[in-house]
Design a protein around this ligand. Structure first.
Ligand code: GAR
Length: 192
C-alpha cells in the first residue's frame, strides 16, 4: 500500500450488512490523528442494517444497495465510490461476495475482517464450528480480499483461548472485542 504523504487521510468506504460494531469502531479510529484513513462513505447491502445508525450519527454519506441483482448493484457501487474518490475499502460484517470484476477495480485495496483464525473456518457460523469441534483456540483475521472467499493474504491475526465454559454468546463477544482492536491495528500496519 502507498505510504501516506502529508496529513491527508485516505478516503475510505466501509461496507456493512448488519450491526455495525466494527463500523462504529472504525469511525472512531478514523477520527484520531494517527489514523491513516477517513471514512467518507458507508455502503449497506441490507435495507435496515442496524449499523446505518452510525452513518447518521456521524453524518457520513451512506447508501443501501439491493444485491438481488449483483451486477447492477456492483456497477452502481463502482460509480459511487469513483465519484466520491474512494481509494480504500473496508468490509465490516459485509455478507456478500464481491465479484472478480469489482475486486479487480480495487485490487489490493479491499480488506476484510473475519471472525476466525483463517485459513480455518472460512464462510459462515465460525464460532459454532469452533465450539462444536472443541477447538482450544480461535480468533480473528484481517486479510486482503481476493476473488476466493476469505482467502486473501493475511495482514494481521489475533488468537484467543476458547475455554470449556465458552458458548456461542461468550465466544462471539470475546472475539468481537478483539476484532475492534485488530482492525485499526491492521490498517495502521497497511499504511505505515
Ligand atoms: C463480525 O464478527 C465480522 O468479523 C463478521 O461479522 C461480524 C459483524 O459484526 N464478518 C464475517 O463473518 C464476514 N465473513 P459487526 O456488524 O458488529 O461489525
Amino acid at each position: 500500500m502507498e505510504k501516506l504523504t502529508g496529513l491527508k487521510k485516505v478516503k475510505t468506504a466501509v461496507f456493512i450488512s448488519g450491526t455495525g460494531s466494527n463500523l462504529k469502531n472504525l469511525i472512531k479510529f478514523s477520527k484520531i490523528k494517527k489514523s491513516p484513513i477517513s471514512i467518507d462513505l458507508i455502503i449497506s447491502s441490507v435495507n435496515k442494517a442496524k449499523g446505518l445508525k452510525y452513518a447518521h450519527q456521524f453524518s457520513i454519506k451512506n447508501k443501501i444497495f439491493n444485491f438481488q441483482n449483483i451486477k447492477i448493484a456492483e456497477k452502481n457501487i463502482l460509480t459511487l465510490v469513483k465519484k466520491e474518490k474512494i481509494k480504500f475499502i473496508c468490509l465490516a460484517g459485509f455478507m456478500r461476495v464481491l465479484s472478480k470484476n469489482f475486486i479487480k477495480e480495487f485490487n489490493g485495496k479491499i480488506v476484510n475482517i473475519h471472525p476466525s483464525l483463517l485459513p480455518k473456518y472460512k464462510g459462515l457460523n465460525t464460532h459454532k464450528r469452533v465450539i462444536k469441534n472443541k477447538d482450544k483456540f480461535s480468533g480473528c483475521t484481517v486479510h486482503y480480499v481476493t476473488t476466493k472467499l476469505d482467502s486473501g493474504k493475511i495482514i494481521m491475526q489475533k488468537r484467543i483461548k476458547v475455554t470449556t465454559t465458552d458458548n456461542l454468546t461468550s465466544l462471539t463477544k470475546k472475539i468481537l472485542a478483539q476484532e475492534h482492536k485488530l482492525y485499526p491495528a491492521a490498517i495502521l500496519k497497511i499504511f505505515n
